[in-house]
Design a protein around this ligand. Structure first.
Ligand code: PTJ
Length: 258
């Protein structure tokens, strides 16, 4: 397949968004991203647009709870799929170092070829151990290849970070008794509504935000307790939805502004 990378002009008003698209298209062309990943990204773009394409305060509150959940976990694991590997492999490496947490590739549309390409992308960012290639366990209730995982990683983890996750898998991980930290731009998704902590933000912004919170909170039990006390998932998601609705309302009164 021939894919021509488009150079986005520095002055383009929607440059950041278009550059993320380019990363996805590039990841698709190089075999990291599944075709379905392009559709998933489009859905995310729509919710990000409603958020005003910025990290909102509710995401900052959630990020502190997410960081605490990962710090206090005995066996935290970061689950990586094609989209996340294409968008922000460095941010995954940084977060795994800061916590520290293992990294496991968990694919919805699993193939050995994609797995090795994602593994190579993470290794290029200095990650020395990437789990997932040789699964020896299954997530109960998930049929087919998407239920595969490793005993050393996701199966034994007490906390798992998932980004852009399919709802079934997020629910199944919660069903296994794990704390699930989700990054998802859609506050209505099953993933967002079933995770222990949900950060509604664009993943390339959310992961560095969580890493910053990990660095700040590590060792500060008072602030970590406060971070968990201040976070209520359902209230946080409702607040994000109210914000999206009010942004939409405001956009509707400014015709032609976009
Ligand atoms: O690489 P694979 O084979 O594991 O496949 C990955 C995809 C993403 C195709 C698979 O997990 C999937 O189909 O996901 P869904 O069910 O479409 O869910 C993706 C969720 O992520 C949706 O709720 C989107 O709104 C959200 N999303 C998309 N892009 C972003 C995002 N959230 C945060 N940052 C984004 N950039």
């Amino acid at each position: 397949m021939v894919t021509v990378m488009t150079k986005i002009p520095k002055t383009h008003p929607r440059r950041e968004s278009l550059e993320l698209r380019e990363r996805l298209v590039d990841g698709f062309a190089s075999g990291i991203v599944a075709p379905h990943g392009l559709i998933a990204h489009g859905r995310g773009e729509m919710f990000y647009y409603l958020l005003g394409e910025r990290t909102v305060k509710h995401a900052r509150v959630a990020a502190r709870a997410a960081a605490t959940t990962l710090i206090v976990a005995k066996q935290p694991v970061i689950s990586v799929n094609g989209n996340v590997a294409a968008l922000c492999p460095r941010a995954i490496a940084d977060l795994s170092k800061a916590i520290p947490a293992k990294i496991e590739i968990g694919l919805f549309h699993r193939s050995d070829e994609r797995l090795s390409k994602i593994q190579a992308a993470l290794e290029r960012e200095g990650v020395s151990q990437v789990l997932g290639f040789l699964p020896d366990e299954r997530i109960p209730g998930l049929e087919g290849a998407r239920g595969l995982c490793t005993r050393e990683g996701i199966y034994s983890a007490d906390a798992v970070l998932v980004a852009l996750e399919d709802g079934d898998r997020a629910e199944a991980l919660v069903g296994m008794g794990k704390k699930v930290v989700a990054v998802d731009l859609n506050p209505l998704s099953r993933t967002a509504r079933s995770a222990t902590v949900t950060v509604v933000d664009e993943v390339t912004k959310a992961l560095p935000l969580i890493t910053g919170c990990v660095e700040e909170l590590k060792g500060d039990t008072t602030e970590m307790d406060r971070a968990l006390e201040r976070y209520d998932r359902d209230e946080n998601l409702r607040a994000v939805m109210r914000l999206m609705a009010s942004n939409l309302e405001q956009l509707g009164t400014e015709p032609g502004s976009q």
